[in-house]
Write a protein that binds this ligand. Sequence first.
Ligand SMILES: [Cu+2]
Length: 447
Amino acid sequence: MNRRDFITQAGAVLAATALPSMGAAWPEFAADVNLEIAPLDLEIAPRKIVQTVAYNGRVPGPLIRWPEGKPIVIDVFNRSAIPEIVHSHGLWIPSDMDGATEEGAPLIAPGAHFRYAFVPRPSGFRWYHTHISAGTDLKRATYTGQFGCFYIEAKQEPGAYDQEIFLTLHDWNGYKSASGDSSMEPAYEYSTIDGRMLGFSDPLKVREGQRVLFRILNASASLIHWLALAGHPLTILAMDGNPVPVSAQMPAVRLGPAERIDVLATMNRPGVWILGETREPYRKAGMGIVVEYANQRGAPAWIDPPDTVWDYRKFANTQTPAGQPDETIPLRFESKFHGRGAFDTWTINGKSFPDAPPIHVRQGKRYRMQWINRSSDDHPLHLHRHTFEVTKINGAPLSGLNKDVLVVPANSTAEVDFTADNPGPTLFHCHNQVHMDLGFMTLVQYV
Ligand SMILES: [Cu+2]
């Protein structure tokens, strides 16, 4: 992203649009950020067009960069054909501003406008995206280009880097895979970084010796992705925008849907390289971007990283957390088979949303959720409006790792602790769009 793409407190920078003609009530004062939801023919490579829906005619939507604690007003205009909503992911904001209908936030009808106003916190790498259901339409919801980065600046930014680059991963043109697999996970035709296929975007320009901070978002509707930068080790600084206790170095990083990762790479290997998916079929489908050192030319090269195991405990303290929760809430996740060719439905303790009973919490108490994945799928589990601390993975303790999405692999368990400190209905769900739409969701309710 270049500087013109940023929206800062100095003033909104937007593509010119014909907003007043849309007939919706015109807001009385200008917002800090305007987001226009509209259909877009996205050129992911020359003459390769994906028909989608996006914010402000671009993918990703504009980077919203905002000081922590300073009120923000975001006007959303829906010029798409269906009701929409914009969720601010990872923020501690009121339910009615959080952009999820299940929490009581309104849908924005086609042609209508809605004004979100809240105080962004906590600092770090957050994001915004649509939160409608897709049903069986793999051209809706998080399958579209409706996502963007939301960076909330801390009062004191360490700034120990020379260049900062935001990158967003996405998969396009989902279709139901004909594998006969009962889970019916979609397969995709194309994959992109920042809306362009590998080789068809401007290279990222670096200089030898630079420390480059990549802030990476996986905005895929359903796929976990692995990324590496051709022989450059990646030092993990933050996950889901929160600094990690242990900045381990990895040859490759893994991101589940909705996860973010901040990694630092030192440019000590001059050349023209590919930063891309470690698995060749995804790079061939487009998931990659060229990193070009100054005064270097030639075809971009790829180097396979060594096999990498992803273990969140590598980035955490490996002791049990100091505090004990007030209550433990066991949650068991299973799929229900509905016959060949049909989608499975998903259950939490045997029930699918909206029949799944809410999780009751009391303000000020600390809760431990036990996530028991009794299925053969991986689930990126997301809690709205709160940050949780990961405290156990497959029985092994950890502490200090604060996240809002955690991938719980097939047939495994995890435990996370959170303090009920943001009253209001709060959604807990799997971030895989298919799973979420088929019942993998429930509400946390304050009593
Ligand atoms: Cu899931």
